[in-house]
Design a protein around this ligand. Structure first.
Ligand code: ADP
Ligand code: MG
Length: 600
């Protein structure tokens, strides 16, 4: 290729090159192949779709999708591989009323351009006895003919990216690719409860749904009845939009929006606009950094939905966006208000972020104004249980085993009080005002304590009663890979039947464990976040332990407890930021304040 600016003639690219370029957009990774082929099966009216993934240590070896849909005639089976060949639209106007998942006619051509595809198909109910087989490799048809085949279509994709080495290199580990496929299929299953899906990875059943008219059955099948118990129905019908589905009680929330599953006209989409509308529906019921679990299915007039804006159609553009957002927000708020799950007055320590929030919420049947924050935001009483937990956490980080004493990095500080259950106010000997983020500070202290402990048994303490953890198949796979790294940090987990683990021991620094949800949270963090490139497993695990073991933002502390946090942070090697790099404190000198009040 020339990279100087001398004249070179313009050429029309040959079809094979054009197809490969197009494939780059549609076929990003193995999960995109699964998506396109499963969508074709759905468009073909299948009742049951089976997905087989074969993987080796290097990644995905083959993908096979079997459907019992309408099938194809011999002529169509060949045409299907031609770019821009589709049976789903005929005119430009059709683009504005799309009901099918596909319409561009480029998926099969694109996939076949970068792999070897074997398609076998027989049309449904036409009495045609022989099926058709077509094999295409790198965009070239290498075999066609009759074959025995059941009604419906089977597509086998092998040697993906064999002729695009750059793309092949970008594939992540086998487990990462499988978890992408799993996550994608979860979304598709929820958008189509009326279809039975079965995913097998290396012949192990990984995800199964039954045909059902009720999405709740699908949710239960994928996420278990514990999730179903925490859901409230949402429903709203307006002339241009119909909303149905479920959203979670306050007792079930997550740290990201990844379990807010949205389908628009039975297309599983990712829509930050809609997920934030759902979150807004909760008003101040959920802390800013917590997200509900939600499964919403939206039926929106097809003219209002533009699905032709993104190569993989995962993002859609909506007209009358504001009205749609408003409708979703309303429907969620209404659903929440019609259930007695809202505590009357919430002191910040009662932010319902885990199982424990549930009881508090149930006991008080009083409703709470969604949109105004608690009046008593600044001054709150700590509960007895809260005080005990905080004391335990502080005692743990006062133990200096293994920590080399160092000089204090900060001056002596005297606590004035706590604001909002989050910030500690203190003054220094030299008369400065310091605001300290109690969670960030305690997280830093705990983090340094974990780092300072080197190897050996004293990292670990056995649990008297082992905790049982159940995970989805792909989370279990991710967790399984992390077991050795976890053991090094004192977390001893054992496989205990399918997708289930026994937690036998936990790091000493977590102290005596009163509440096992902490273990669950730590494991959820570990399996749910994509590891950042620069951070190794040990560092990740350490940060998560520190974060989950530390006093939470929103915990009301006594003055004495605040003072203990302040005393401890003074001796941290780096008292200024939490392990994620956020500041632990801000400082105002007398002069700073004077300037703010224009006293100078
Ligand atoms: P699109 O889905 O956008 O039409 P594709 O390249 O995915 O484009 O498929 C091309 C055509 O092949 C489809 O329009 C459909 O007629 C046919 N086809 C593909 N997969 C199937 C299938 N599983 N069952 C029946 N027909 C299929
Ligand atoms: Mg398609």
């Amino acid at each position: 290729m020339k990279n100087n600016h001398t004249f070179s003639p313009i050429r029309i690219l040959d079809q094979a090159t054009v197809n490969q370029i197009a494939a780059g957009e549609v076929v990003e990774r193995p999960a995109s192949v699964v998506k396109e082929l499963v969508e074709n099966a759905i468009d073909a009216g299948a009742h049951s779709i089976r997905i087989d993934i074969v993987a080796s240590a290097d990644g995905i070896v083959s993908v096979r999708i079997i459907d019992d849909g309408c099938g194809m005639s011999p002529a169509n089976a060949l045409l299907a591989f031609t770019p821009h060949a589709t049976s789903k639209i005929t005119r430009i106007d059709d683009l504005f009323h799309i009901r099918t998942l596909g319409f561009r006619g480029e998926a099969l051509a694109s996939i076949a351009a970068v792999s070897r595809v074997t398609l076998t198909t027989r049309p449904q109910g036409t009495g045609v006895v022989a099926g058709t087989k077509v094999v295409v490799e790198g965009g070239k048809i290498i075999e066609t003919g009759d074959t025995g085949a059941p009604e419906g279509t089977t597509v086998l994709v092998e040697d993906l990216f064999f002729n695009t080495p750059a793309r092949k290199k970008f594939q992540k580990s086998k487990n990462t690719e499988i978890s992408h496929i799993h996550a994608l299929l979860e979304g598709i299953c929820l958008a189509h409860p009326e279809i039975s899906f079965r995913l097998f990875t290396d012949q192990n059943e990984a995800l199964v749904t039954d045909r059902s008219p009720r999405i709740l059955d699908t949710i239960a099948r994928i996420y278990g009845s514990n999730v179903v118990k925490e859901l409230i129905p949402v429903s709203l019908s307006l002339p241009f939009i119909k909303i149905s589905g479920y959203t979670s009680r306050l007792s079930l929330s997550r740290k990201d929006a990844s379990r807010m599953m949205i389908a628009i006209n039975q297309r599983y989409v990712s829509s930050p606009l809609i997920t934030s509308a759902i979150k807004e529906g909760y008003g101040t019921l959920l802390p800013k950094e917590r997200f509900p679990v939600a499964f919403l299915s939206l039926e929106i007039d097809t003219e209002l939905v533009d699905v032709n804006v993104h190569p993989t159609k995962k993002l859609v553009r909506l007209s009358r966006e504001n009205e749609i957002v408003l409708a979703i927000r309303e429907s969620v708020t209404t659903a929440l208000l019609s259930h007695d799950l809202i505590p009357a007055v919430r002191t910040p320590s009662q932010f319902p972020t885990g199982e424990s929030g549930k009881d508090a919420a149930r006991e008080s049947g009083v409703r709470y104004d969604l949109l105004t924050p608690p009046a008593s935001y600044g001054v709150s009483e700590s509960t007895h249980a809260g005080t005990v937990t905080t004391d335990r956490q502080l005692r743990q980080t006062e133990l200096t085993t293994g920590v080399v004493p160092v000089d204090a990095k900060l001056p002596v500080m005297e606590v004035i009080g706590q604001f909002g259950g989050i910030y500690i106010l203190a003054t220094t000997e030299v008369g400065e005002l310091v605001l300290i983020d109690q969670h960030a500070a305690h997280e830093r202290i705990l983090y340094e304590q974990v780092i300072a402990r080197t190897g050996g048994d004293h990292r670990s303490q056995e649990l008297i009663v082992p905790v049982v953890l159940h995970r989805t198949a792909h989370e279990a796979a991710v967790l399984f890979d992390l077991l050795p790294a976890l053991a090094k940090e004192g977390f001893v987990l054992e496989e205990f039947g399918r997708d289930t683990f026994l937690v036998r021991a936990i790091p000493v620094v977590l102290g005596k464990l009163e509440d096992t949800t902490m273990i669950d949270e730590i494991v959820s963090d570990l399996v749910s976040e994509e590891p950042a490139r620069a951070v190794n497993n040990r560092e990740r695990i350490t940060r998560i332990i520190a974060c989950r073991g530390a006093i939470k933002a929103g915990t009301v502390c006594t003055k004495e407890q605040c003072q203990r946090i302040v005393n401890q942070i003074r001796y941290a090697k780096n008292p200024f930021t939490c392990p994620h790099g956020r500041p632990t404190m801000v400082r105002f000198s007398r002069a700073d304040l004077d300037t703010m009040f224009k006293r100078t």
